[in-house]
Ligand binder design. Structure first.
Ligand SMILES: Cc1ncc(C[n+]2csc(CCOP(=O)(O)OP(=O)(O)O)c2C)c(N)n1
Length: 743
């Protein structure tokens, strides 16, 4: 471990005879230092310009990189643009300039221009993105970039070990995903010391360490997170001390206002990583000469004396004095350089302010892939049963010779992994056995998921492609997102829907937003399989939850909820081959149910999204539902017909986002009555949206109010008597249908 505690002191050069631009300072020439100074000064002037523009109300937000410039340009000197990968923090303006983001690019984002190459006017300034330079679109949550960077690093290493996987292929998402990688590439990710308090920081350190990832984690420590000082944020006041025992890391702590000390740390870190020794952790002490952002006034919580003291460490003035003192630049030359920078900033500022604004009607662009529409006929492939005569549509009748939903999901995963070498499967317990030697020595059978849905995948495709994650759901989704950005197709598992919540930041603010916020420059198509639902007799609160409406409320995320084995196989294949992120909800109760079994439909069977299935045609009442309510509703509908002669048209939505409005509308036009049923608690549930749309759009065709049958507005209880009372049963559905038919 190479930890160096650096007290803030003036940039000091070793005493050497030669002076001037040719002299070298720990590997940086005087000439390079002049360029570093130019970039640092440019960075500061761009901040100042943005502050001015904000005051003139020409831009709408400002957050500066002031005080962090020396670390940024040092990183830029060591790392390779367009070769290494970057997940920069919002204070990394100087780094981005040194990588090749232009001042005009930056100000175009500040004004929110249509020509903003990072986001087309969709993101705040300093939310860097540049696909050519491999600067991956960043967001505002302080720690979510870290896990994605870990996934990005994993992807690079995966391609280096499996170069064939990088090849393009037609007919699925790979057609639209160019893959590049380098065997010694580095993924850079940075954050402030405040962000190290996020759990995702620790999850990233853990994974980088256990997997020896080529990841450079850089903490820019300005001792404040808005107004919260370091001693409140970090136990003992020093993050380096806390992380020092993570194995495999190169560590350095240094004065981040000194470009030479910073350069040395980055150079050594890069050597460590490129040699394949594992990740690096760099901790630079920097300053924050401006308030947190223009929305903050630090005078409210930092006394004048503290701010004056900090100003002595400003990296710009220190380097300027150093250049003059060392005879690298005459004072006159400094002035000239600064004037040139000022003129450049003025020029690009004028251009940015005059640049075209985005068109209001562009807002719907790039929520989903513009290239591959999963509702299209491309994804309508008929099943190829070995013996088609044997096949029956899902019924309640026992069909034991046929395959369960669990079988066909497993078969689909096998088929797709064989077909597509970019698929990786990971999650909690999904591997057959992490201690591979047990498998090789045939000592054990293997686990393959708590529900056995991934059984045999590791055996067939190896531990590089099928592996266990730590017990951390954000880790699973965040890493998968980073991998998918690089063109891999993670098909990850969240063991129970009830435990998806630690991943919520990644699922709400990251994964589904990446394409939209980068104006289609980046995308992360992947599949998250989640075991969901109740009716388990003893599943209780934490193994029975639904909650799909929370995810259908997220633009950019496809949500699928099959009710039978055949649909599960066909929809999962579409989910895997399509170009969007998909939440694939698998009802636990249906995994091995007799209802809805099917023969194996072959390796290319696909069901397009947004196409409902009419489970049973009818003329008197439309019932719209999905998932485990389907067999219960079918039972109720059959009883209704038997006892009252009422013919129910039962619609299985199959996918919840998108959903098949046309089928609903055609059915309601015929029956004039609609009941929406769902397993989740009634209020604010998924069916509320469907009911509202029917009431809104089909009002003239309705002979009765739109009704809903759903769970009570409670959690799901353990005792089966209570569970029965809480979740919608066939009797409840029967009652609801009867009342509506008789209305
Ligand atoms: C998850 C999350 N919580 C809160 C915020 C609001 N916020 C923005 S920046 C910030 C402080 C970040 O401090 P630090 O990581 O030390 O970086 P610095 O701004 O000091 O460079 C906070 C609380 C946020 N963006 N994301």
């Amino acid at each position: 471990m190479a930890t160096t505690k650096v007290e803030p002191k003036p940039v000091k050069a070793p005493a050497e005879a030669s002076r001037g631009p040719e002299k070298s300072y720990e590997g940086i020439t005087g000439k390079q230092l002049i360029e570093l100074y130019r970039l640092m000064f440019l960075s500061r002037r761009l901040d100042d310009r943005e502050i001015l523009l904000k005051r003139q109300q020409k831009i709408f937000f400002q957050i500066s990189g002031a005080g962090h410039e020396a670390m940024g340009v040092a990183a830029g000197l060591v790392l390779k643009p367009g070769y290494d990968w970057f997940y920069p923090y919002y204070r990394d303006r100087a780094l981005c300039l040194s990588l090749g983001v232009t001042p005009l690019d930056m100000l175009l984002q500040a004004v929110g221009s249509a020509e903003d190459t990072a986001s087309g006017g969709r993101q705040m300034p300093s939310h860097w993105a540049n696909s050519k330079l491999k600067i991956v679109t960043g967001s505002s949550p302080t720690g979510s970039q870290l896990l994605q960077a870990a996934g990005c690093a994993e992807a690079g290493r995966f391609y280096a070990a499996h170069p064939d996987a990088a090849k393009k292929a037609s007919g699925d998402y790979r057609e639209f995903k160019d893959v590049t990688f380098q065997s010694d590439e580095i993924t850079y990710v940075s954050c402030g010391e405040g962000a190290t308090s996020e759990g995702e920081f620790w999850e990233t350190m853990n994974t980088a360490s256990t997997r020896k990832l080529p990841l450079l984690v850089c903490v820019e420590d300005n001792e404040y997170a808005i107004s919260v000082p370091i001693e409140v944020q970090t136990a003992g006041g020093n993050i380096s001390r806390l992380v020092a025992n993570f194995p495999n890391f190169y560590f350095a702590e240094f004065d981040g206002t000194d470009p030479i000390a910073s350069y040395t740390a980055f150079r050594k870190a890069a050597e460590h990583i490129r040699a394949g020794n594992g990740p690096a952790f760099l901790h630079g002490h920097v300053v924050r000469p401006y308030s947190h952002s223009l929305s903050d006034d630090e005078r409210l919580y930092r006394p004048e004396a503290e701010r004056r003291e900090e100003a002595r460490r400003d990296p710009i003035t220190r380097l300027q004095m150093f250049l003059v003192r060392e005879g690298i630049l005459e004072e006159e030359a400094v002035t000239r350089l600064e004037k040139e920078v000022e003129a450049e900033v003025q020029e690009v500022s004028d251009r940015a302010v005059a640049a075209a604004k985005p068109a209001p009607d562009s807002v719907m662009r790039f929520i989903y892939s513009p290239n591959l529409d999963p509702t299209s006929a491309v994804f309508a492939n008929e099943p190829a049963f070995a013996n088609p005569k044997n096949h029956a549509q899902p019924t309640i009748a026992a069909a034991t010779a046929q395959k369960t939903m669990a079988d066909l999901i497993n078969a689909c995963l096998h088929d797709e992994m064989k077909r597509d070498p970019r698929i990786v499967v990971f999650g909690e317990d999904v591997a057959d056995c992490s201690r591979e030697e047990y498998l090789q020595q045939k000592l054990i059978k293997g686990k393959g998921g708590v529900f056995k849905l991934t059984a045999g995948l590791q055996r067939e495709f190896g531990a590089d492609r099928v592996f266990n994650s730590p017990l951390a759901e954000a880790n699973i989704v965040g890493r998968a997102t980073g991998m998918a950005t690089r063109g891999l197709k993670p098909v990850v598992e969240i063991q129970f829907f009830d435990y998806i919540w630690p991943a919520m930041m990644q699922l709400r603010d990251e994964l589904p937003v990446i394409r939209w916020r980068s104006n289609n420059a980046f995308s992360s198509p992947l599949v998250i399989r989640v075991a969901i639902g109740g009716y388990l007799t003893g599943g209780a609160l934490y193994h029975s939850q639904c909650g799909e409406s929370i995810f259908t409320h997220i633009p950019g995320l496809r949500v699928v909820f099959p009710s039978n084995a055949l649909d599960a196989a066909g929809l999962l294949r579409t989910a895997i081959r399509c170009d969007d992120p998909v939440l694939f909800l698998e009802h636990k109760r249906l995994y091995r149910e007799t209802y809805g079994r099917s023969h194996y439909p072959g390796p290319d069977y696909m069901v397009p999204f947004g196409k409902a299935r009419i489970v049973q045609p009818g003329t008197d009442l439309t019932v719209i539902t999905y998932g485990a309510v389907i067999p219960r509703a079918l039972q109720a509908a059959q009883r209704l017909e038997r006892e009252l002669g009422v013919k129910v048209e039962l619609i299985d939505l199959r996918t919840l986002n998108p959903f098949d409005w046309d089928t609903i509308a055609a059915s309601v036009a015929k029956t004039n009555r609609a009941l929406v049923a769902y397993e989740d608690s009634l209020s604010w549930g998924y069916g509320a949206e469907i009911a509202a749309r029917i009431a809104d759009k089909l009002f003239p065709q309705l002979d009765a109010p739109v009704r809903r049958v759903a769970a009570t507005d409670t959690f799901v209880a353990y005792q089966p008597i209570l569970e029965d009372a809480i979740l919608p049963q066939a009797n409840d559905l029967f009652r609801g249908m009867k009342e509506l038919a008789e209305y």
